[in-house]
Structures are given as structure tokens and as C-alpha cells.
Design a protein around this ligand. Structure first.
Ligand SMILES: Nc1nc2c(c(=O)[nH]1)N[C@H]1C(S)=C(S)[C@@H](COP(=O)(O)OP(=O)(O)OC[C@H]3O[C@@H](n4cnc5c(=O)[nH]c(N)nc54)[C@H](O)[C@@H]3O)O[C@H]1N2
Ligand SMILES: Nc1nc2c(c(=O)[nH]1)N[C@H]1C(S)=C(S)[C@@H](COP(=O)(O)OP(=O)(O)OC[C@H]3O[C@@H](n4cnc5c(=O)[nH]c(N)nc54)[C@H](O)[C@@H]3O)O[C@H]1N2
Ligand code: SF4
Ligand SMILES: [Mo]
Length: 886
């Protein structure tokens, strides 16, 4: 293949062709209709026929077409930073793995993979490591995400089974959201829930989260629980269920073990641990027992905890005791994060699992899979889990590491340690779409992978629905599919036949046929009915819920028992809440909670490209209660420095009475590329749940202090620029780039600073610099157009960001004012990213146009009428104004 091959923008340029595919982002798994146009742009719509979304999309999904630029894409393999051909690169990978295995054994190598791989990619990676290399050192970022739910499910049900479907959420009379910010993280499910609530006045929503979030807005009851104490709350619920006679004795007698022990342990727990008042707790308990149809949705506030698996089982205990599981409108519901988090669990992507929900520790299961694979060897013990894997990389035990489709230098806890570990490893291969991620930069061999829109395969969403991701454009340069890269390495390592796959359909067929072999074990995961699909059938596969056998397709699990333990009975576990693993003390007095923002996806390699998605939150921040902030002398919009023995960060201060005192929150998205001091995982200790090995990403302990810069700055430019200051954060704007920055010493010469910052030669410069007040404003013009501008002051820069960025490429004569003229009111920071409606516009609409509902705002200003992701914020703005008026 030709290294200089230029990406083709789209296939089928003559007549627009619409491809039905699945969203690249969250585990809701929405169907997307993509229509490439002749100019290379791609129109995106929700697929009305997909059961997950029925035509809806959130803001990230609807912006997918804006993230398809080939800028920054890896277009050819790279060896030590130099372009190479595929043969040389893959020979090198195969050779390094081979040598390590020959000299040090199979456990000296490792794969660290991802819930964003397609099922076909994941299947081939797992087969190569477990069946041919003969080690189980393959772990995935799902360890950071779903491992506690997997462990909880297995302990209770015998398998990792999600019993219900999305329709249960709509049919319920009570939906309890535990550690889930559904409004921002599973927005289409949130919209389905909001619509169900509007249609059914009996439906109540409880939200259990230490923070008040956009999701709390829909809740009839928000419980600001003490971090980590969920087990105590669900134990109190189990006791209450018993006291109120709400136990389903029949279901328990027929299908459940461990009831008495679980109740005894629950009775000895202390609900005061939750930090909630008795009245709050009893409101929750009575809602639960007054309604039969209860769905409990839980996510990372449950999983990412040193008691994550226990939290999961404490929730499952209550559903098992009441038999409220696997029936319409009832059940525990672990929502998955990544588009194929569920598929990865099915193929056995975790270090302690085997393919098809079989057990690595079970010799019969191993033999069956080995026989099917006709493989020379088989891993017979669990491999290293993510945190231990990177420890083994650091200690030198792992000699060759292959990272695929994940960015651990940013997303792993103790991220600075992980960066050092990878940098010091003898051999590192990284497969990614982009070459400059914090992790790919450390690779000896960087392998260009295809991305969404190019990839071809299947994913499974939170409700067990398998959907196709279909390609609608040519891969750029020499990018190849992940399954093909892995299979090619397998062949080069000597396993020609086992990795002779030539299409994703062939991989999928082998995977489905594995079910026909293993179904004798009677596990939940069985897709034998999908074996033998022709290539056309595979291409046309419509969304299908597993199991798929000759006798059964889809449905729920466990409504009539039928658990997958040896006895066929579910287990209730005896649990007691534990003290948090990381208790704050006088040196590290704050609990640091971390999570997501509405419009960014993880390490922002894709969402960071869409200017529209950066308008909602363009900079990393620290949410802190105003009283805590006042004690520390942290004014809004100043900067705070966080530190603990693992690392440090500098973040913009955001006062918020949504926070409990003593707790702070920061988003997880920023990286060495977007805000070097915003990499929050530098501060997250590698503390894990002892059962699941999942890191406690939600409860680090930190010290917080003002970061007192000599100046604050804000700049925009048509061309990309990287501030080299103590603090900076970059984001895209419609026409170029913006950056916030600050430093502890001020430049002596602002014009020279602007010159270095922007690197633009021969511009006409207009400036306004006052050394006495510390105010500096510099604008650069070329051919009569504004190409860059800089604003600095001793206090946080008070200019209208949107206005300044909007001046780029125009004559921009008024830019130095930093504000639009009186005739053009400043819309303020974006709330609705679809129609670019700012907060000031919305507040003016409420105050001056008398808009009193979210729908009225939509009618007057369009805000919230497309994807609906901002509707919770619109409603919060209405509430603020209502409260102010009272
Ligand atoms: N916009 C956006 N959406 C996404 C993603 C994204 O990057 N961006 N990522 C996807 C992925 S992979 C995932 S895993 C999901 C995650 O989806 P969520 O789990 O909903 O998101 P998080 O923000 O990580 O955390 C959820 C909440 O847990 C709360 N929490 C913290 N500690 C506790 C506790 O001890 N108890 C309780 N009850 N709550 C606690 C936090 O305050 C937070 O509001 O989102 C998916 N969707
Ligand atoms: N502090 C803190 N840390 C967290 C979390 C938290 O809540 N708090 N959440 C954790 C959770 S739940 C998750 S899921 C992780 C996510 O963390 P990561 O997986 O590290 O985040 P992503 O940015 O999604 O990384 C995906 C990478 O794969 C690349 N990529 C995209 N598509 C493809 C493809 O098809 N093939 C290949 N080879 N590469 C591709 C992208 O460019 C990107 O570099 O973060 C975890 N870390
Ligand atoms: S809710 Fe949004 S991010 Fe999640 S799958 Fe649907 S469109 Fe994609
Ligand atoms: Mo996740």
C-alpha cells in the first residue's frame, strides 16, 4: 500500500447513499443514519427504526459528522516516530512478542484493549492472547468501567447477565438512579425516562449521588449520599423490605439462596454512614415498598469504588428478595458506558473471563474452547487486571505491551506512574486512529486503525442488543481494521490457519459457532442462532437482542428464576458497608470525585474536534461548594491547585452548591494535548475493589489551594497554537482555536509574547497595553482580517469568549473591546449546542419574553428542540429564576 495515499472523503459521491449504523459513543447504542455528501460532509440523523433510540440522538451523536476530519489521523504505521510500511511494522510487533515469549514465557507479554473495539476485533484479540500465546494477560478499559458490575452479576446470578430491557425503564413506577448522571452520560435513555415520566404521573424518580447533577432535575428525590456509602443505604432498604412484608417469599423459596444471612448482615449495618437524614432515607424506603415496578439503574458511582462489587450486590439483594427482576418494569439495570462494553464482556475481553461468558477457571469450559479453536495451548489462570498490569509493566515483568483503542496515560488511575511505566517498557505497540495521543506518543510502533464510519462489525448495547456498525467512507491513508491488524500479527507469529480471517463476517461466524459448541454448558450467552449467516445476512443484520438460539430470541432473564449458578438459584450476599478506603485527613482534606461532562467523550480525541462540542465546557474545572471555596480564598473563575502524593493539577474554580462540603468534582477528559495540568487521573490513587479489581476513580483525597498567577490570559487564533505557560487549556472554535492560560510570572513584553504564542509572521498589530493595571490586549490582522487576538489581565479575563472567537476571519476592528456593542447583546456561554443558544439569550427570554417552560423556551429560541441534551439545564435556569423571584 502507498504511504502517501490520500484519504478519500466519501464513497458514492454521485448519489447520496444512506447507511444505517450505530453511534460511536455511549452504551445506549443508538441507531444512526449517515449520508455522505459529495463535498465530503456527512449528514447524521437518528434511525427511527432502531429500538434503542427510535430516531432520537443526543448532542454527541448528532455531531458525529463534525468529527470525521482526517486531521491528526495516523495515515501510516510509525516505528519510533518514522513512517514505515505495514510489513515492517507488523513483523517487528510479531518478532518482539515472540522473543519475549520465547525468553520469558507467555506471561511476559500483555494486551490492554477497550470497550470501544468492535466484537470482531475483541474476539480476535482474546483468541490470540488466551488460546495461542497462552496467557490471560489481556485486560481492558472495561476494568475501569464495568468490572464491579460483572463481578456482582456473577456472584448473584452465576453469569454476567443484564436481565432487563430499556422498555422496563418506561414501564416502571419507580426508577432509582444510583451513581448515574444519565442526563449527560446516557442522554437518549434519559429522554426516554423523561418522556415516560411526563406520560405517567405515578412514575417517580430517585437520584442517589453525592452531587446534585443535571439528572437530579428530573428526580422527585435527590439523596446526596456520602461517597462510598451506598451499601449501607441498600442494606437499610433490605431491612425495610423485610419489615414491611414486601419480601416475595415464593420467589425466594424457589429461586434464591442466602436470604437470612443477607438480612442479618443488613440489620447490623448502620444507615447513618450514608450521611442522609432519617427522613430522607425513609422517603426512599417507602417509595420502594409502595411501588412494585422498580428499576434500579446504576453506573460509575457504584462501579468505580473500593466497594463496587458489594454496592452492586447490595442493589441486587433488594431486587432478588422482592422477586422484582426480569419482569416488565422491574429489575436491576447496570447501564454500560462504551459502545461495546457489553460485547467485550461477551467475547471474554477481561483477564479473568473466557469467551462466551465461560469461566477461565473451569477446565471443561477451557477444554471446549480450546478444542473449538484447535489451539496449541490455553491460559489456565486469570491474567493481570489493569492496575496490576501497569505495575508489571513498570517493574519490567511485561516486556512487550500492545495497547489498542484506549488512552491509559490519561484514563488510568495514577496516570503519571502509568506514563512512566509505558515510557520505560521494552516494547510498546499502540493501535489508534490518532498519532498524537498521550499514549500513542510513547509507542515504539504506532499502528493506524480505522475509526467510526470506516469500521465494519458489531457492537452490543446495555440491553443486550447486537447492532451493526457499518462503514460509509474509505479509511484514510493506510489505516486498517483492528481485527485485521491483530489477525495479521497472529499469522506472523505462526498461527496461519487460526487467524486466516478475511472479513468481519467470517470472524462473527466463528464467534457465533462457538456458541453451538458451548451451549451444552447452558450459559446465558448463546448466539448459536446467528451462526452460518451469509455475508449478505451479516451485512443486513438488524438489531437483535441475545440470546439467539433456534428456540428463543431476546426477552428478559430470571423472571421465573433459572439462574446460572450450579444450583440454578441466585445468591443474596451478606454485606456490611465498609469505611471508605481513602479517608480525608488534615493533609488531604478533600474527597475528589471525577466524571463526565455533557459534550465530551473521554480523552476527547474525537469530540474535541467539533467546535460545537467545545462550546459547552471549553476548559477543565473544579466544582467546589462556595463555603469551602471561601475558606480557601478561591474566587469564582480563579485557578485552584490540587495536589496529593500521586500528582497535581490546576483547574478553573467553579462555585457550586450542588456539591457537598468537603468534596470537589473535576471532569476526566483533559489530556497532555488539551490541558496538561487538567489530567485529573494524575491525582487518582490506584486503589481497587478487592473483588473486581476496578479502580476507585470517584474518591481520591487531595489538598486544594489557590494557584495565584501573575496574570490570566485568553487567546484565539485561526491557526493552531500551544501556550507554553504554567496553566493552559486549548479548545477548537468555529474558525480556529482558543486557549485559556495563566502563569506565575508575567511576560515583560506582551507583543513579543504574542509573537511567540501565535508564531504568525508579518501581521499588522493593534494593541492596548497598560503596565500599571496589567491589562494587555493584542490583535493581529492579515489582509484586513483578524487572525489572532490575546487578552490578559491580573484578574480572570472578563471578555465574551464567543464574541471574540466569532471575530476571527472578519475585519474584527472592535475585537479589543472584548464585548459586542450594545446593539448586539452577548449570547454568553453555549447551553444549546445544536442551535448555539447562549445562557444570556435564554435568561433574557425568561426575564423579558416571560418564557416559563422548557417547551416555551424551545418554541421561542429553538434551544432544546433538536437533541434535547440541554433540556435539564434549561429547566435548571427556569428554576433559578423562579427561586430568585420567590
Ligand atoms: N458525555 C459523555 N457521556 C458518556 C461518556 C463520556 O465520556 N461523556 N462515557 C461513557 C462511559 S464509558 C461511561 S462508563 C458512562 C458513565 O456514566 P455515569 O456513571 O453516569 O457518569 P460519571 O460522571 O462517571 O459518574 C456518575 C456519577 O457518580 C457519582 N458518584 C460519585 N461517587 C459516588 C458514590 O459513592 N455513590 C453514588 N451513588 N454516586 C457517586 C458522581 O457524582 C457522578 O455524578 O458514561 C458514558 N457516556
Ligand atoms: N478519573 C477517572 N478516570 C476514568 C473514569 C472516571 O470516571 N474518572 N472513567 C473510566 C472509564 S468508565 C472508561 S470507559 C475509561 C475510558 O478511557 P479511554 O479508553 O482511555 O478513553 P478514550 O478517549 O475513549 O480512548 C479511546 C482511544 O482509542 C482511539 N480510538 C477510537 N476509535 C478507535 C478504533 O476503532 N480503533 C483503535 N485502535 N483506536 C480507536 C481514540 O482515538 C482514543 O485514543 O476511562 C476511565 N477513567
Ligand atoms: S445517547 Fe448519544 S452518545 Fe449515546 S449512543 Fe445515543 S446518540 Fe450516541
Ligand atoms: Mo466507561
Amino acid at each position: 500500500m502507498d504511504g502517501a495515499g490520500l484519504p478519500e472523503a466519501a464513497t458514492g459521491a454521485e448519489a447520496p447513499v444512506t447507511t444505517a449504523t450505530t453511534c460511536a459513543y455511549c452504551g445506549v447504542g443508538c441507531g444512526v443514519l449517515a449520508t455522505p455528501a459529495a463535498d465530503g460532509s456527512v449528514a447524521i440523523k437518528g434511525d427511527p427504526d432502531h429500538p434503542a433510540n427510535l430516531g432520537r440522538l443526543c448532542v454527541k451523536g448528532s455531531a458525529l459528522g463534525e468529527t470525521l476530519s482526517t486531521e491528526g489521523r495516523l495515515l501510516a504505521p510509525r516505528i519510533n516516530g518514522q513512517d514505515a510500511d505495514w510489513d515492517t511494522a507488523l513483523d517487528l510487533v510479531a518478532d518482539k512478542f515472540h522473543k519475549a515469549i520465547d525468553t520469558h514465557g507467555p506471561d511476559s507479554v500483555a494486551f490492554y484493549v477497550s470497550g470501544q473495539l468492535l466484537t470482531e476485533d475483541y474476539y480476535v484479540a482474546n483468541k490470540l492472547m488466551k488460546g495461542f500465546i497462552g496467557s490471560a494477560n489481556i485486560d481492558t478499559n472495561s476494568r475501569l468501567c464495568m468490572a464491579s458490575s460483572v463481578a456482582g452479576h456473577k456472584r448473584a446470578f452465576g453469569t454476567d447477565t443484564v436481565p432487563g430491557t430499556y422498555e422496563d425503564i418506561e414501564q416502571a413506577d419507580l426508577v432509582v438512579l444510583v451513581g448515574s448522571n444519565l442526563a449527560w452520560c446516557h442522554p437518549v435513555l434519559y429522554q426516554r425516562l423523561a418522556a415516560a415520566k411526563a406520560a405517567n404521573p405515578r412514575l417517580k424518580v430517585v437520584n442517589i449521588d453525592p452531587r446534585r447533577t443535571a439528572t437530579s432535575d428530573l428526580a422527585d428525590l435527590h439523596l446526596a449520599i456520602a461517597p462510598g456509602s451506598d451499601v449501607a443505604l441498600f442494606n437499610a432498604l433490605l431491612v425495610h423490605i423485610h419489615e414491611m412484608g414486601a419480601v416475595d417469599s415464593r420467589f425466594v423459596a424457589d429461586h434464591v439462596d442466602g436470604f437470612d444471612g443477607a438480612l442479618a448482615a443488613a440489620s447490623s449495618d448502620d444507615p447513618a454512614r450514608t450521611g442522609l437524614t432519617e427522613a430522607e432515607i425513609s422517603r426512599f424506603l417507602s417509595l420502594w415498598t409502595a411501588r412494585e415496578k422498580v428499576v434500579t439503574i446504576y453506573s460509575q458511582g457504584v462501579n468505580q469504588s473500593s466497594s463496587g462489587a458489594d454496592k452492586v450486590n447490595a442493589i441486587l439483594n433488594c431486587h432478588l428478595a422482592t422477586g422484582r427482576i426480569g419482569k416488565p418494569g422491574m429489575g436491576p439495570f447496570s447501564v454500560t458506558g462504551q459502545p461495546n462494553a457489553m460485547g467485550g464482556r461477551e467475547v471474554g475481553g477481561l483477564a479473568n473471563m473466557l469467551a462466551n461468558h465461560l469461566d477461565l477457571e473451569n477446565a471443561d469450559h477451557r477444554d471446549a474452547v480450546q478444542g473449538f479453536w484447535a489451539s496449541p495451548t490455553m491460559a489456565d489462570k486469570p491474567g493481570l487486571k489493569a492496575v496490576d498490569m501497569f505495575k508489571a509493566v513498570k517493574s519490567g515483568q511485561i516486556k512487550a505491551l500492545w495497547v489498542m483503542c484506549t488512552n491509559p496515560v490519561v484514563s488510568m488511575p495514577d496516570a503519571d506512574y502509568v506514563r512512566k511505566a509505558i515510557a520505560g517498557c521494552e516494547f510498546v505497540a499502540v493501535s489508534d486512529m490518532y498519532g498524537s495521543t498521550d499514549t500513542a506518543q510513547l509507542a515504539h510502533v504506532a499502528l493506524p486503525a480505522t475509526g467510526w464510519g470506516e469500521k465494519d462489525g458489531t457492537v452490543t448495547n446495555s440491553e443486550r442488543v447486537i447492532s451493526r456498525q457499518r462503514p460509509f467512507r474509505q479509511p484514510p491513508g493506510q489505516a486498517r481494521h483492528d481485527w485485521a491488524i491483530i489477525a495479521d500479527v497472529g499469522r506472523r507469529m505462526g498461527w496461519e490457519e487460526a487467524f486466516a480471517f478475511s472479513s468481519p463476517a467470517e470472524v462473527f461466524d466463528e464467534y457465533a459457532r462457538l456458541s453451538t459448541v458451548t451451549r451444552s454448558f447452558g450459559r446465558d450467552f448463546d448466539i448459536s442462532g446467528l451462526s452460518g449467516l451469509s455475508v449478505t445476512d451479516y451485512d443486513n443484520l438488524s438489531p437483535t437482542r441475545w440470546p439467539v438460539t433456534s428456540g428463543k430470541t431476546g426477552g428478559r432473564f430470571f423472571g421465573d428464576g433459572g439462574f446460572f449458578t450450579a444450583s440454578g438459584r441466585a445468591n443474596m450476599l451478606a454485606l456490611r458497608s465498609k469505611a471508605v478506603a481513602q479517608a480525608p485527613d488534615s493533609d488531604l482534606p478533600f474527597v475528589l470525585n471525577t466524571g463526565r461532562v455533557r459534550d465530551q467523550w473521554h480523552t476527547m480525541t474525537r469530540t474535541g474536534q467539533a467546535a460545537r462540542l467545545s462550546q459547552h465546557t471549553g476548559e477543565p474545572y473544579l466544582e467546589i461548594h462556595p463555603e469551602d471555596a471561601a475558606k480557601l480564598g478561591l474566587e469564582p473563575a480563579t485557578l485552584a491547585r490540587l495536589a496529593n502524593p500521586h500528582g497535581s493539577a490546576v483547574l478553573r474554580v467553579k462555585h457550586s452548591d450542588n456539591m457537598r462540603r468537603g468534596e470537589v468534582f473535576a471532569p476526566m477528559h483533559w489530556t497532555g494535548q488539551t490541558a496538561v495540568t487538567g489530567r485529573i487521573n494524575a491525582l487518582v490513587a490506584p486503589v481497587t475493589d478487592p473483588v473486581s479489581g476496578q479502580p476507585e476513580s470517584k474518591a481520591a483525597t487531595v489538598a486544594v489551594a489557590p494557584y495565584a498567577p501573575a496574570y490570566y490570559g485568553f487567546a484565539v487564533s485561526l491557526s493552531e497554537f500551544h501556550p507554553q505557560t504554567g496553566y493552559w487549556a486549548r479548545a477548537r472554535v468555529a474558525n480556529g482555536w482558543q486557549a485559556e492560560f495563566a502563569d506565575i510570572t508575567a511576560p515583560e513584553d506582551w507583543l513579543a509574547f504574542a509573537q511567540t504564542l501565535f508564531g504568525i509572521e508579518g501581521a499588522d498589530v493593534t494593541s492596548l497595553i497598560d503596565d500599571a493595571t496589567g491589562i494587555a490586549r493584542v490583535a493581529l490582522y492579515k489582509d484586513g482580517k483578524l487572525v489572532a487576538a490575546l487578552f490578559a489581565s491580573r484578574d480572570p479575563v472578563a471578555v465574551a469568549r464567543g464574541f471574540v472567537a466569532g471575530q476571527l476571519g472578519t475585519c474584527g476592528r472592535a475585537v479589543l473591546a472584548g464585548q459586542p456593542g450594545a446593539d448586539q447583546p452577548d449570547p454568553g456561554p453555549t447551553v444549546c449546542a445544536c442551535f448555539n443558544v447562549g445562557i444570556n439569550t435564554i435568561l433574557r427570554g425568561i426575564d423579558e419574553m416571560g418564557l416559563t417552560s422548557v417547551d416555551a423556551i424551545g418554541e421561542a429560541l429553538d434551544a432544546g428542540t433538536n437533541c434535547g441534551s440541554c433540556r435539564p439545564e434549561l429547566s435548571a435556569l427556569l428554576n433559578t429564576r423562579k427561586q430568585a423571584a420567590e
